[in-house]
Design a protein around this ligand. Structure first.
Ligand code: SF4
Length: 464
């Protein structure tokens, strides 16, 4: 088999082309669910498999090996994946020897049970075992059990160059940490992704140099809790890493996710304030508004602490947009707790929020110790109230932008009209405008002329 040389500045598209030109290479299809970390992991998986001699294809029906990279954060995410597996089952009947692999958090959570429950799954691989995927495929081909769900304390995949197949060519994700040590009561991530680990700054910077060479204009540094980035006993912490990345190229936009209120420092805010290319947007999950509820959730901070972090953001980076995550109906949540969530949302004035009903995850602290007693009816009503308030707050935030001019990085064509393009401003808001002579991947200046709660609309203007 012809090997692909992953030389330093070879683009993902060139690597895929070379991989697909190898005669008789078995074909791989990867489908991804869940968070941005999973998107980044699928790019690593693609790299490992191409290196092992696979070609990649765009349709599940063309695949010899089909991987589903899964999410276990909520029960309905798992249900969706089970349904998808059933919907794909007919492909195996048509194509003898086709193999299905279930990868990622759901694989880690349910492990071998999946082989029995879902008769169509041949390979199970957790998030720390992607290097072993070619060997697992070989085992499955021989009809042997192919399971690797070992979690590692060291694995960061630092030396693997991701192959970015399904991207817009403008924004790329780069993982800087893996795992999480926080153990929030409701969260399954520490069980599926293991302990916190940081990747070496050198490999992160090298990867970003490579994406710059490929023409990307924006990078998002990823981790379950980026603020805990810690290389070599605090020789490099997140603030320093962020500075190093921002100073690689002033034309590169830098984003990061996710921040954690307990660990989010003023030092990071100062670096943001001093570097115009670090986007003025912070995702700071609060989850609930009352200190009592935050204690029950084992978040490690109080309402006052959180509001102090918001004040710090407003002080150091006054034009910063803020988004959050909120859970409605966590075990023991009372009407008073819910009211405090609404009042906190109101006083922060979030620009955007990801809002969910509590979903019990087996094995978590909450599942073991806190009965899921809030009624379905209360959960749904509280969630509706949270969504209604956020929609109002998002609209108010967007209305304040009407009349302002923003620099937009253009990401793609508007879904509604091919005469329009869309991009994001530094605050991560989506802006739609007439395309004129502009192209995807360019920066443009757009004056905002109108808005909905989700989108800003504007017109191109000449920069001064
Ligand atoms: S910080 Fe909490 S919610 Fe976030 S991944 Fe870690 S345990 Fe889960």
């Amino acid at each position: 088999m012809q090997n692909i040389s992953f030389t330093k500045y070879k683009t993902s598209q060139e690597i895929i082309k070379a991989a697909n030109s190898r005669p008789d290479a078995p074909k791989l299809f990867v489908e991804t669910y869940g968070c941005q970390m999973n998107v980044a992991d699928s790019e690593l998986i693609m790299s490992v498999m191409i290196d092992a001699g696979f070609a990649v294809c765009d349709r599940p029906e063309d695949a010899d090996v089909l991987f589903i990279n899964t999410c276990a954060v909520r029960d309905n995410a798992e249900q969706r994946i089970r349904n998808r597996l059933q919907a794909l089952a007919h492909l195996k009947k048509k194509k003898s020897g086709m193999l299905f692999g279930l990868l990622g958090c759901m694989a880690e959570r349910i492990k071998e049970q999946l082989l029995e429950q879902e008769q169509i799954v041949d390979i199970i691989a957790g998030p720390d075992s992607y290097r072993t995927l070619p060997a697992l495929v070989a085992k499955a081909k021989e009809g042997e059990s192919a399971v690797n769900v070992l979690l590692s304390r060291e694995e960061t995949y630092a030396d693997i160059s991701p192959v970015r197949k399904d991207t817009n060519g403008v924004s790329a994700f780069v993982s800087i940490t893996r795992g999480c040590d926080n153990m929030c009561a409701f969260c399954v991530v520490p069980f599926t992704r293991g302990r916190e680990r940081s990747r070496s700054p050198q490999t992160i910077l090298d990867e970003i140099r490579q994406i710059l060479a490929e023409g990307y204009k924006e990078v998002t540094l990823l981790g379950q809790n980026v603020d805990k980035y810690n290389w070599n006993n605090e020789e490099v912490k997140f603030a320093q890493l962020l500075k190093m990345v921002a100073e690689l190229d002033p034309q590169l936009r830098v984003r990061f996710a996710t921040s954690y209120p307990q660990d989010f420092t003023d030092e990071v805010l100062q670096i943001m304030a001093n570097h115009p290319n670090i986007c003025k947007y912070i995702h700071l999950p609060v989850q609930a508004g009352s200190t009592r509820m935050l204690e029950t959730m084992r978040r490690g901070y109080t309402r006052e602490w959180y509001l102090n972090r918001i004040e710090a953001i407003r002080k150091f980076v006054p034009d910063c947009a803020i988004s959050t995550d909120i859970i409605a109906g966590h075990p023991t949540e009372t009407e008073q707790d819910h009211f405090e969530t609404l009042s906190l949302m109101q006083s922060v004035g979030y620009d955007y929020a990801y809002m969910f009903k509590y979903s019990e995850r087996p094995g978590t602290y909450a599942a073991r110790n806190l009965p899921d007693e809030v009624s379905e009816e209360d959960k749904s009503r509280r969630l509706d109230e949270i969504i209604a308030l956020q929609s109002k707050l998002s609209h108010e935030s967007n209305k304040k932008d009407v009349g302002k001019t923003f620099e937009i990085l253009i990401e793609g064509e508007s879904k509604k009209s091919k005469h329009k393009l869309f991009g994001r401003n530094s605050q991560n808001k989506v802006v739609v405008f007439e395309r004129k002579d502009t192209k995807i991947g360019e920066y443009a200046h757009v004056k905002i002329t109108g808005c909905t709660s989700a989108t800003l609309m504007g017109e191109l203007i000449e920069p001064n």
